[in-house]
Structures are given as structure tokens and as C-alpha cells.
Ligand binder design. Structure first.
Ligand code: PEP
Ligand code: MG
Length: 364
């Protein structure tokens, strides 16, 4: 009822006065973004762009199956108008709040594999016709892309490094959308994020393309948009080398899903087979994919924060793994001095409460 709601609002008002951590949301659709704002989100901390690609499978499959740069670039550029529209919708929904957009991340077999070719018997032929090649060519291409360990394979920025036209297209879509929305009088603050970088050279390769395209678009459109280019920190190497990466990255966001997977050497997709036994026998104190493993992953995060800010004292740092909505992890992130946590829309009020709790615990 409305009285209960008023009390809730009053409580959350106090909570917001106390907390230091900002709370953002993970969202990749305008309606999710709007929902999160209603829950008090202060920006988007992770907009995963792969979900947008799943709506345009035909184009992305052409892009993957293409054997040369020319046909790939043609396929990639078919995606530009869709991506631009998706980003414009999100910028409008966020109405001036910052939006972190992450470039394409998942392994390509999620979009096109031998399983897809089997399930859809006309798919190979359709792709072959569109690209002007044989069905055999498509099959060979799919075989070439097959990986035994896709989560440790050709994903994240490795895609954008091998296929720079994807990064260029996404950067263009983000910046064109940003300029168009800004022209409508709505402030836009895009933060373009590179996934799965472990080497500064990987980040620099992608940031170079992003900044070049961004400057081009700003000149074409004649609009001023403040944008940032930063990276996920989701590999141990990125945390260890944070001092180097921060020389060129303007912000960090801890991807604790992958950072947990790679630090513990536990597959985030398969750990269910033994975690029950581990918990029952107190082998580990909590589910590391729910609550930050403070002694392992947490120390790497601390290293990342210290080394990153050692290079760039104003480095903006957040977290966008599932842990960003877990109260104990939020309290830990406050202690590390992060600027924000980002979590799913429904967890935003919980994260706001936990962030305030962290301050109160500190004073007690
Ligand atoms: C992460 O790895 O923590 C992350 C946020 O990215 P994703 O879950 O999409 O891999
Ligand atoms: Mg990740």
C-alpha cells in the first residue's frame, strides 16, 4: 500500500544519504533500464551487446562465415543501423545517466556451430548463397572456428583484434547514437568498454580503433559528446598489470564472473557438479560465483585497484559481475574504494542498502 511505500521511500532516502558507493545496473534493453531507474539505479554499469546480436542472427552468421575482409565488412556493416537504434533507445531511457557499453564478448560458436548447421538444414545453403561461396566452404569455416575450450578461446577483445571491423562498427553505432540523442537535447555519457583484455597492448589495439572512429563520428555530426574508453578487469593478468593498463584506460570494471572462473580455475558453467559437496563439507566458505572469494579474487581486485590508481589517481572503478548485487560483496567493494557496483535491476535496492550498511559498519 502507499503508506508502506512512503516508508520504504523514506528509508531509501536515508540509505542514499549515507552510502558512498554508487549503484548502477546491468541492462541491455530500454525497458530494463527504465525498470532499474525506478529501483534507484544511477547509470548502466554493463550493457552486454551480444543480446542485440542474437536478434540479427542472419547478419552475424554471415559475418562469421565470411572468409575475407571485404565480405566480412559488408556483413558487419549491415548490423550498424540495428546497433545504432538499440543504443539510442538505451541512451534515451537513461536520460543523462552514464552508460557503459561493452563490445562483443562471447565465443562465435554461440552464433554459428556445426550444431546450428545440423539443426537448420537450409542454413549452410542460405549462408553460401548470401556470401557467394559453396556449402563446403561454410562447413570448413565452421570447423576452423571450433574450439575445445571456448571460454578460454577466441572471445572478448580477441574477436575485435582479429576482426577489427566489428569493433569499428560497434564504436560507430555507439557514437552515432550518442550524437543523435544529444542533438535531441538529452545528455549522453557513453563509456565504451573492452572485454577480456589481459595485456595493455590488447586494450590499446581496441582503444585505438574506438577513439579513431569516435573522433570521426564527432566531426561528421558536429556534436560534442564526452565519452570514455576503458576495460573490464576479468583476468588475473589484467589485475596484476593494472598499472600498465591504466596508462591508457580511463576506467576499470571488475568482471568477477570471469575473474572468479580464471582465478579459481573453476568453470562458471560447470561448477555445479561439485560445489554442493564443497559447501556441505566446508571446503570453501561460500559459493565463489555468488559472493566474492575475498582471499583469492578479492586480493587480485585489491591489487587491481592499487596498481590502477597508482598510475591514474582518478581512475573510475566499478564491478559488473553477479557479485555486484550480493550484500557481502558490496560491502567488500566499499572497503576496496570502488566508485560503483552494478547489478541486475531487481537487486539495485539491495545493493543500495548494503552500500549504506558498509558505511555504518565502518563507523561502528
Ligand atoms: C564478468 O565476467 O563478470 C562479466 C560481467 O561479463 P560476462 O558475465 O558477460 O562474462
Ligand atoms: Mg566476462
Amino acid at each position: 500500500d502507499s503508506e508502506a511505500f512512503q516508508r520504504y521511500q523514506q528509508l531509501m532516502g536515508w540509505v542514499d544519504e549515507i552510502r558512498k558507493l554508487r549503484v548502477r545496473t546491468n541492462a541491455d534493453q530500454p525497458d530494463q533500464a527504465a525498470e532499474a531507474i525506478a529501483f534507484g539505479a544511477e547509470g548502466i554499469g554493463l550493457c552486454r551487446t551480444e543480446h542485440m546480436f542474437f536478434h540479427h542472427l542472419a547478419e552475424i552468421r554471415e559475418m562469421i562465415a565470411a572468409g575475407d575482409v571485404e565480405s566480412r565488412t559488408k556483413a558487419v556493416n549491415k548490423l550498424l543501423p540495428f546497433q545504432r537504434e538499440d543504443f539510442a533507445g538505451i541512451f534515451k531511457a537513461m536520460n543523462g545517466l552514464p552508460v557503459t557499453i561493452r563490445l562483443l564478448d562471447p565465443p562465435l560458436h554461440e552464433f554459428l556451430s556445426d550444431r546450428h548447421l545440423e539443426e537448420n538444414p537450409t542454413l549452410g545453403e542460405e549462408l553460401a548463397n548470401e556470401l557467394g561461396v559453396t556449402v563446403d566452404f561454410i562447413r570448413r569455416r565452421v570447423e576452423e572456428l571450433h574450439e575445445l575450450n571456448p571460454m578460454l578461446g577466441h572471445r572478448g577483445c580477441r574477436l575485435g583484434i582479429v576482426y577489427p571491423e566489428i569493433t569499428a562498427m560497434q564504436a560507430r553505432a555507439i557514437m552515432e547514437a550518442a550524437c543523435d540523442v544529444q542533438k535531441e537535447g538529452i545528455d549522453v555519457h557513453p563509456e565504451i568498454m573492452v572485454p577480456l583484455a589481459g595485456f595493455q597492448t590488447e586494450f590499446d589495439n581496441q582503444a585505438g580503433i574506438i577513439r579513431e572512429v569516435a573522433e570521426q563520428v564527432l566531426e561528421e555530426k558536429g556534436v560534442k559528446v564526452e565519452y570514455m574508453v576503458g576495460t573490464m578487469v576479468e583476468l588475473p593478468r589484467a589485475a596484476i598489470c593494472a598499472d600498465q593498463i591504466a596508462e591508457t584506460a580511463q576506467f576499470f570494471s571488475f568482471g568477477t564472473n570471469d575473474l572468479t572462473q580464471t582465478t579459481l580455475g573453476m568453470s562458471r558453467d560447470d561448477y555445479g557438479t561439485f560445489i554442493g559437496h564443497y559447501r556441505e563439507n566446508d571446503i570453501i566458505p561460500a559459493d565463489p560465483f555468488q559472493t566474492i572469494d575475498q582471499d583469492g579474487v578479492g586480493r587480485l581486485m585489491q591489487t587491481g585497484v592499487e596498481r590502477g590508481r597508482g598510475t591514474r589517481s582518478d581512475l573510475k572503478i566499478g564491478i559488473c559481475g553477479e557479485h555486484g548485487g550480493d550484500p557481502a560483496s558490496v560491502i567488500f567493494c566499499h572497503g576496496l574504494g570502488l566508485d560503483y557496483v552494478s547489478c541486475s535491476p531487481f537487486r539495485v535496492p539491495i545493493a543500495r542498502l548494503a552500500a549504506a550498511q558498509a558505511v555504518l559498519e565502518e563507523k561502528a
